[in-house]
Design a protein around this ligand. Structure first.
Ligand SMILES: Cc1cc2nc3c(=O)[nH]c(=O)nc-3n(C[C@H](O)[C@H](O)[C@H](O)COP(=O)(O)OP(=O)(O)OC[C@H]3O[C@@H](n4cnc5c(N)ncnc54)[C@H](O)[C@@H]3O)c2cc1C
Length: 494
């Protein structure tokens, strides 16, 4: 066995990112993936002449993706074309009003002048505030290793207050803008990490900054082109990717990793293993009993979870020129939606509905005259409160009726349809109870409670992916792969 052999469990974006960083530094990397394709939550489907992305639809933080290619001395543009999306999103409200959040600030200000003229200044002040959050928290919470007391000590008391940990996201938003529709729009960014704007700390207003200031990108060919580009680069660097190869357990002896055992029985030796699987799933299913103290496992498995999602993939025979690439149809009672998700363990009765249509940008994704709709609603993770097996059809009808309530009754136009529930998300990627972003961020110290990228219990075990630092979402898990690889190499040098 080469001493520099690393096994990575899972070929999600975080696992592939870690593989690229390690292979670019001369390690032998073996990726073991249970599915027949790479990408994990990012997938694609072709059916009845339509093409769909199965998971992520919004890509932000282009520079994070470009940096991954640069780490291997490659140009992103040789692997992937990222097209700017404008408007970033079109927002529709129950009172019939709507606003396009435009890419250029000047265009957005024009739109705001017409939509909420009294809030233009407040919006700009909010943007400056979110930019400051990004500047203050970037290195300590996002781009570097996990935050620690030492990293916090670098903040002056004044800056600690300016990262705004004591208010909620919505509390801060309320102090900047008055129009309830604009408050709803800015609060919506909490859902990018599966949280509620009424509970998550105001520091997380940083999420809106990366989209509103940095823009939204669309990988030509579909979101899945991103996973394919990571796969291509990894293979070029010599990474061995074994598909259809589920790992049954991580082999641990005397507190240190020895390798992994695949379902077929073979043991692949390695002194270092990176798990790209949900951390809770690793603790519950992949580590042998006793490797981690039982109270720690109970604590990790008992944590409140981020939200999951209900997705309808709709192949429509008609076109809807009033819609953009990304669209949000807001509900009347936004707070109530999050209360249903996080306190009552049920999907919202009157949900906000997101509709992404890649055929707006890529005509080939739907037959002539048609559109491919990715319709998503936030739901709780799997729990005792809701049975998707029996209630899936009724909820599908409710979501389509909500769209009809916004004047978009597409039911007669459906040529192809597929439903994805939290059950599928749990099964496809190993997401613990189907939660899309791991432990909940609905609490003040969320950034400190995230499982660390280096296991404190098992020597040689590291984590990369959306349930560890710095968090979920395509760019964040890309960073997470970088952090895990960096820690592994640092330990190897010791
Ligand atoms: C519906 C939906 C919408 C989303 N929207 C967005 C969005 O618009 N923008 C955005 O940035 N993000 C979005 N996300 C989140 C984003 O997709 C994830 O944060 C990110 O893709 C997760 O990457 P990951 O590295 O954590 O790996 P995952 O995607 O979780 O992949 C883990 C991999 O591990 C493999 N695996 C699990 N167990 C084993 C085992 N025992 N043996 C071998 N392999 C195993 C799985 O098969 C999988 O391939 C969305 C997610 C979903 C589901």
């Amino acid at each position: 066995m080469s001493t520099k052999q690393v096994v990575i469990i899972g070929a999600g974006l975080g696992g592939l990112s870690a593989a690229i960083h390690l292979a670019a530094r001369g390690c032998r990397v073996i990726v073991l993936e249970k599915n027949a394709r790479v990408g994990g939550k990012m997938g694609e489907l072709q059916a009845a002449g339509y093409r769909f992305d199965l998971g992520p639809s919004v890509l932000t933080m282009r520079s994070v993706v470009a940096d991954l290619f640069a780490t291997a001395d490659r140009q992103l543009s040789d692997y992937l074309t990222l097209l700017p999306v404008d408007p970033l999103t079109r927002y529709f409200y129950p009172d019939g009003s709507r606003i396009d959040v435009r890419r250029e600030l000047a265009d957005l200000i024009d739109a705001l002048e017409a939509f909420a003229p009294g809030d233009v200044e407040g919006y700009l002040a909010y943007l400056a505030y979110a930019a400051r959050l990004h500047r203050l928290t970037g290195q300590a919470f996002v781009y570097g290793p996990p935050p620690s007391l030492a990293s916090l000590a670098q903040f002056s008391p004044f800056d600690l207050l300016r990262i705004d940990p004591l208010r909620t996201m919505s509390g801060a938003i309320h102090s900047f803008v008055r129009d309830p529709r604009l408050r709803q729009l800015l609060g919506r960014f909490a859902t990018y990490i599966g949280a509620s704007p009424y509970l998550a700390p105001a520091t997380l207003n940083v999420i809106s900054y990366v989209e509103l200031a940095g823009g939204v990108w669309y990988p030509q060919g579909g979101m899945y082109a991103l996973a394919q580009a990571y796969e291509r680069l990894a293979r070029e660097l010599g990474v061995e990717i074994h598909l259809n190869t589920p790992v049954r357990r991580i082999v641990v002896r005397e507190g240190a990793v020895q390798g992994v055992e695949v379902e077929a029985g073979e043991v692949v030796p390695a002194a270092k293993v990176i798990a790209n699987v949900d951390v809770a799933t690793v603790y519950a299913d992949l580590l042998p009993g006793g490797a981690v103290p039982a109270r720690v496992v109970r604590r990790i498995l008992g944590r409140a979870l981020s939200s999951s999602g209900f997705v309808l993939l709709l192949g429509l025979k008609g076109r809807h020129p009033e819609l953009a690439h990304h669209n949000i149809f807001f509900s009347r009672a936004y707070r109530g939606e999050f209360e249903e998700i996080f306190f009552h363990d049920r999907p919202p009765t009157e949900p906000t509905v997101y509709v992404a249509i890649t055929s707006k940008t890529d005509r080939s994704h739907a037959p002539r005259g048609g559109e491919n709709w990715f319709v998503m609603v936030n739901t709780p993770a799997l729990g005792s409160g809701w049975n998707w097996e029996t209630r899936c059809g009724a909820y599908r009808n409710l979501v389509l009726a909500r769209l009809a309530g916004h004047g978009l009754d597409v039911r007669p136009e459906i040529q192809y349809e597929r439903i994805l529930t939290p059950l599928e998300f749990a099964q496809v990627s190993g997401a613990y109870r189907g939660a899309l972003y791991g432990a909940s961020s609905n609490q003040r110290l969320a950034a400190f409670l995230r499982p660390h990228n280096r296991s404190p219990y098992v020597g040689g075990l590291y984590f990369a992916g959306g349930t560890t630092h710095p968090g979920g979402g395509a760019p964040m898990v890309t960073l997470s792969g970088k952090v895990a690889a960096g820690m592994l190499l640092e330990d190897w040098r010791k």
